[in-house]
Each structure stands twice: as C-alpha cells, then as structure tokens.
Design a protein around this ligand. Structure first.
Ligand code: ZN
Length: 290
C-alpha cells in the first residue's frame, strides 16, 4: 500500500494521498523540502525516504488544517507560520477522529475503493513534532534551487505559499483554488477578513512573472485540476476578482451543494469565473452584509 506520486517538473513531486490532499516535495542538489503531510494515511516518511530522495530534508506546513498537517507526527520537526501554530480545539485539529472522518468523507464523495485500511493505515501520531516558526520571506536553500515561503492569510491566519525558483512553481496549499474557503477569524467581521485575504492574494499575484509562472500554480487538492498538472492560470486572478466583488457589493451569490458536508447540505457561494468563494462558518451573503 503506497501513495502515487508524479514528477510535475524536474525535482518537483506531487504526492497524491488517495484524493484527500496532495503533498509536494522539492529536491535540490543537497537537500529536499517536503511541503505538507496530508491527512496522515500510510507512511509518507517511508515514501519520501525510499522512493523519492536519499537527501536530508525539512518539512514545512502550508497551514494548520488537519488534512495538511495530519501526518506531522511522524516527523521530528515542522516549519509553520506562528499564526497557525496553535490549532488545539479547532474543528480541523488533526485528531485521529478528524483524520478518519475526513478520509471517509472523501471516500464517499469519490465513490472509489482505495487500497488503504482506515483502521490500520490512519494511526495515532507516534509523537508531537517540534514546531519551527516560519517567517514571511523564509528561504529554504536546497542546493541549486531555493524555495521561498510567503505569508498569505485568508484561508487561515498563517497560510504560507511557496515559490520554487528553479521551476517558478507557486505551491499554494489552500491559499488559492476553485472552491475557496474564507477564514472568519482574520478580523472582527467577515468584510475585514475578505479585505485581509484580498490584500494578501494581490501581493502574491503581483509576483507573477519574475517570481512565479502563472502556468505553474499548484494547489494541494487535485480535484480542481488533473493530478500532477497545474491549476488553470485564470484561477488566482478569478479569486482576486471574486474577493473584490464581495467588498464592492457586486458579488454574484448562489446556493450550491456543499462537497464537504457530511449531511449533503448546501451553502452560499460567490462565483467569479471558475472560482467559488464561501466562508467556513455561516452564510457568506448574510455575513458580508453585516
Ligand atoms: Zn485548508
């Protein structure tokens, strides 16, 4: 039982954790960088060390949701932005129950059989990893290539996006995708949260060209793109426009089925191009009107 992986570009791997989430590995001449640890199904550490690289590597989390740090307990330490370093009590805390429930939700959604056993392959963490505070602009020097992390609050307060200077890939966790969730704790009200997210994403979008290639933007769930392939280049600009429309009062709201609802419910989204935006708790349209 092992996860599939894809080499998106030389030394840039996407590891597909049974459709739950993707982790990325960037391999330089001297070191490697593992970005995210997924839900923690099976043995990611073994896969990295026995199939993908024999170089020493560090681990960084894009953000603190349980489908991205669920495997952190198999590593000694993990870089994370300080604003995301405390997740105790959060509804996405990577407890064993959250991790098993999340994997079950994805199995139901996909209607596929997977070769892992939820009871034996989703196990308790063997230890708590040590946390290392990742700063905006943090550089990971891998030998012949540098990966730089940028703070991009919006989906979580401490979300990081990372740019690989060799491929100009933008590795963006959940900071940008087609079904984007706005965090409601960034400011006293949701309008303030949308403003924080907009400014953060505008800063990243402005790095296009010299910083990253808009044809190489990867989010960490491949249900919005073919596995191993980047997001369509319009997704980040559409997300920025959608947040602008929310703040300008011109957003187009719709009720849509909620793919992450365990009870088959629906929710309000604002739509712009290929992108839907909703908020993690409550109704987006009502919350924006407050
Ligand atoms: Zn997330």
């Amino acid at each position: 039982m092992t996860m599939r992986w894809y080499e998106c570009a030389p030394g840039l791997y996407e590891i597909d954790e049974f459709d739950c989430a993707s982790c990325f590995l960037v391999v330089g001449e001297e070191k490697a960088l593992l970005i995210d640890t997924g839900v923690g199904i099976g043995d990611l550490k073994w896969l990295v060390e026995n199939r993908l690289t024999d170089k020493p590597y560090e681990v960084v989390a894009t953000h603190n949701h349980g489908d991205h740090i669920g495997g952190a307990g198999w590593f000694d330490d993990i870089w994370i932005h300080p604003a995301d370093a405390n997740w105790k009590g959060d509804h996405t805390e990577p407890t064993l129950e959250f991790r098993r429930d999340y994997a079950a939700l994805i199995r139901r959604r996909e209607g596929k059989a997977y070769e892992y056993d939820p009871n034996t392959d989703i196990r308790p963490w063997p230890k708590e990893p040590a946390f290392r505070a990742a700063a905006d602009g943090q550089r990971f020097e891998l030998g012949g290539r540098t990966v730089t992390a940028y703070h991009c609050p919006g989906h979580t307060p401490g979300e990081l996006v990372l740019v690989d200077d060799k491929t100009k890939a933008l590795l963006c966790g959940d900071a940008c995708n087609c079904n984007w969730l706005l965090n409601g704790t960034l400011a006293p009200n949701l309008r303030g949260c949308a403003q924080v997210a907009l400014e953060a994403l505008q800063r990243i979008a402005a790095m296009q060209g010299d910083g990253y290639d808009p044809e190489k933007v990867f989010n960490f769930h491949h249900d919005f793109r073919p596995v191993g392939k980047p997001l369509a280049p319009n997704v980040l600009p559409d997300l920025v426009c959608c947040l602008e429309s929310l703040l300008q009062g011109t957003a187009r709201y719709e009720r849509v089925p909620d793919p992450l609802s365990p009870t088959g419910g629906d929710r309000t989204v604002a739509r712009r191009g290929d992108v839907m935006v909703s908020c993690m708790n409550g109704d987006l349209e009502k919350a924006m009107g407050r």
